[in-house]
Design a protein around this ligand. Structure first.
Ligand code: DX5
Ligand code: ZN
Length: 215
């Protein structure tokens, strides 16, 4: 499968978000990654449904909504209604993982689970037939611009094995940049999320090609 690059708009310009998203598309991005943080599950607050809804009206690229919120089962339906194309959440934040996944599926939206670096793959094993995406965090969720945790490469390889034969895409998020893209792609990752590496790049088009393994 062709690798997909999903810039995280967390590193974009919040005063001019539509432009940041249009820029990402012009640079060759495939998906927009939207980091929703509630200040409870993670010690940071970003944006919520209104941002998803607003960006949807611009119809720029598919929207990959990464929920870092407690009790995601309460809100996943609303994020779908706002126009998310993919909704992922952390299973350890939820009291009803299966229920939340079902709400997303029933809305016709792709669903996925996210694991922080200290959360074992075992947490997602019961849901492998129900998810479209498995997102492995290569930093602790909460902030952009952190350094890639090298042990994540092993976890990505194990995750790839775990989803073998399943209809699940492997996504990585956190500290992904030009220096580690090759090693990450070698683990069989399908979707590369990158915030600062894209938005702070002197040549974002080139960076996206590198992240996709084209150069
Ligand atoms: C971290 C977010 C990431 C972050 C990635 O909690 O989930 O999506 O924005 O940013 P970089 O690529 O700068 O690590
Ligand atoms: Zn993210």
């Amino acid at each position: 499968m062709t690798k997909l690059v999903a810039p995280s708009i967390l590193s974009g310009d919040f005063a001019d978000m539509a432009k940041s998203c249009l820029d990402a598309k012009a640079w060759g991005a495939d998906i927009l990654h939207l980091d929703v943080m509630d200040g409870v599950f993670v010690p940071n607050i970003t944006f919520g449904m209104p941002m998803v809804k607003a960006l949807k009206t611009r119809n720029i690229l598919p929207l990959d909504v990464h929920l870092m919120i407690t009790k995601p089962e309460k809100y996943v339906g609303q994020f779908c209604d706002c126009g998310a194309d993919i909704v992922t959440f952390h299973p350890d934040a939820s009291d009803d993982v299966a229920g939340a996944l079902k709400i997303i599926k029933d809305k016709g939206v792709k669903c996925g689970l996210v694991l922080n670096p200290d959360k074992p793959l075992e947490l997602v094993r019961p849901y492998l037939d129900d998810i479209d995406v498995l997102l492995i965090m290569s930093v602790y969720a909460g902030f952009g611009g952190q350094k890639f945790i090298p042990e994540s490469l092993n976890k990505l390889k194990q995750a790839k094995k775990l989803i073998e034969g399943k209809n699940v895409l492997l996504e990585v998020d956190g500290g992904v940049d030009e220096t580690n893209a090759k090693d990450i792609l070698a683990c069989g990752v399908d979707i590369m999320v990158a915030g600062s590496a894209v938005y702070k790049s002197e040549n974002p088009s080139k960076t996206i090609k590198i992240l996709r393994g084209e150069i």
